[in-house]
Design a protein around this ligand. Structure first.
Ligand code: SF4
Ligand code: SF4
Length: 472
């Protein structure tokens, strides 16, 4: 009983609809006429339905795949320019009552070091993150009603926003915690969070049950309907994601797009972000024990097709991916990346002893933030530390309006340059600074409105004088 407007998980993510979609895609994967018409529709930049996108995913004709890649690159350029937004995860606690079989924090893992940061420790972590230049965090915590109750999360958010070390400040805290009640989402909203992110892990209900044998997260419906409760509580920006490698990627892709269609159908605004994590090696987790791992090629294809299917949604990858993979998918549509991440509880202020690691997964990209920023600029991107929309109240549909009205170059672009300038002044190495100053000089010319260009120049000069925190 597929119904994107339904509030029941099994109706807006209907298993039968996904199966029908996959059959339809398989039957039409060489139907050139249909494929061409879908690509032509994607060129209108209004997105694709899960069925249309599934056909492109099934298609194996090299020229057609290349057309999709070219289009993804073009849409990325038109909608996001060459900006890449930077963030870092901050793990508060790895105590967890769930039994997720792919995560080393699962309750039965008795040998991983269990940690929960005190407010003092959070302060030290945030100062270390600010000293690197980070402005945007993603909070992570295991689910534990007594050790990590909502009050602990709220207190931690307050601590994070309160710390102003030298010129540093965390200006946006996104939150990635377990599915919860409308009441708790309201509390998170009142605490001033940015995006509420919750990964579905897998949309396949039967697999979901097997992968989540115990704990509150084993309730598929409650988990899948969490974004609806968050929206109902007034959190406008919600983030979706699946953990690729758990189930068949074609199934997950259709489910992910159906979830986005559901949010659009019910709330009039789709997901703010989509994350594309892949299963990784970690303490007591061997990715080879899962049969559905995907190659770098398929991963790139998924990123490109997400970009053309939901053009207005930000796409996030983490340091799970290597520098090489990140390089490829940044061009195909990824708009946010983490840099210099630690996936342990603590670890920014002080490194963990090797025999006491609390890491959630192995980090592939181990470069410093300065190195990541320099690399991005050398690749022709503008690393952005912008958090302006959230702070100007441009969330949900107001944020979408900004994208749809093509104001990115008059808004995101100067904001990226201003926040990059702050980074260069306060945290960059001499080499990074040199490349960055050249980049800003060239990129400022691309701002279409003269007035905006003038204000941007003025802000840049004021940053040189020591003033901070300008935004459009
Ligand atoms: S994925 Fe999340 S809920 Fe599951 S065990 Fe890990 S921390 Fe706990
Ligand atoms: S202006 Fe808004 S949409 Fe643009 S980069 Fe900043 S926060 Fe993102």
């Amino acid at each position: 009983m597929y119904n994107p407007k339904s509030m029941k998980a099994t109706e807006f993510i209907s298993h039968e609809e996904i199966q029908d979609t996959l059959d339809y895609a398989e039957k039409n994967k060489e139907n050139i006429e249909l494929i061409d018409s879908i690509i032509a529709k994607a060129k209108l930049r209004k997105g694709l339905t899960h069925r249309e996108a599934a056909v492109l995913l099934a298609c194996e004709i090299p020229e057609k795949i290349q057309e999709c890649y070219d289009l993804a690159q073009q849409i990325k350029k038109d909608f996001y320019g060459n900006r890449i937004v930077m963030f870092a995860p901050l793990y508060l606690s790895n105590y967890c009552v769930n039994g997720c079989v792919y995560c080393p924090y699962h309750m039965k893992n008795k040998h991983i070091a269990r940690k929960k940061l005190t407010q003092e420790e959070i302060k030290a972590e945030v100062i270390a993150l600010q000293d690197m230049g980070h402005k945007r965090l993603a909070l992570e915590a295991g689910e534990h009603p007594t050790i990590n109750p909502i009050e602990y999360i709220l207190e931690s958010i307050e601590t994070i926003y309160s710390i102003k070390h030298k010129n540093g400040a965390i200006r946006r805290v996104n939150v990635n915690i377990a599915a919860t009640t409308v009441e708790n989402y309201k509390k998170l909203k009142d605490a001033g969070i940015g995006t509420y992110i919750l990964f579905q892990e897998t949309y396949h209900k039967e697999s979901y049950k097997a992968l989540h044998p115990t704990g509150p997260k084993s309730d598929y419906d409650y988990h899948t309907e969490a974004h609806d409760r968050a929206m109902e509580a007034g959190i406008d920006d919600v983030g979706l994601g699946v953990l690729f490698g758990l189930e068949l990627y074609k199934y997950e892709f259709a489910g992910l797009l159906m979830h986005a269609e559901h949010l659009e159908a019910v709330f009039g605004v789709g997901p703010h972000t989509i994350s594309v994590p892949r299963l990784k090696r970690a303490d007591d987790i061997d990715p080879d024990q899962f049969d559905n791992g995907i190659s770098d090629e398929i991963f790139a294809k998924l990123c490109a097709l997400i970009r053309i299917s939901v053009p207005y949604t930000g796409m996030i990858i983490s340091t799970r991916e290597s520098k090489e993979v990140r390089e490829k998918v940044l061009r195909l549509g990824v708009s946010q990346i983490s840099g210099a991440s630690k996936t342990s509880v603590g670890g920014y202020a002080e490194s963990e002893p090797e025999d006491e690691t609390s890491e959630q997964f192995d980090v592939s990209d181990k470069r410093t933030l300065d190195e990541v920023v320099r690399w991005l600029m050398e690749e022709g991107f503008i690393p952005s530390f912008c958090t302006a929309c959230y702070r100007e109240g441009r969330t949900g549909d107001r944020f979408m309006e900004l994208c749809k009205n093509g104001q990115i170059l008059n808004c995101c672009h100067p904001n990226a340059l201003i926040t990059l300038k702050e980074f260069l002044m306060d945290y960059a190495s001499e080499e990074t600074k040199k490349i960055g100053e050249e980049l800003i000089k060239a990129e400022i010319e691309k701002i279409p409105k003269d007035k905006v260009k003038e204000i941007c120049r003025d802000h840049l000069a004021k940053i040189e004088e020591g003033i901070r925190d300008f935004r459009f």
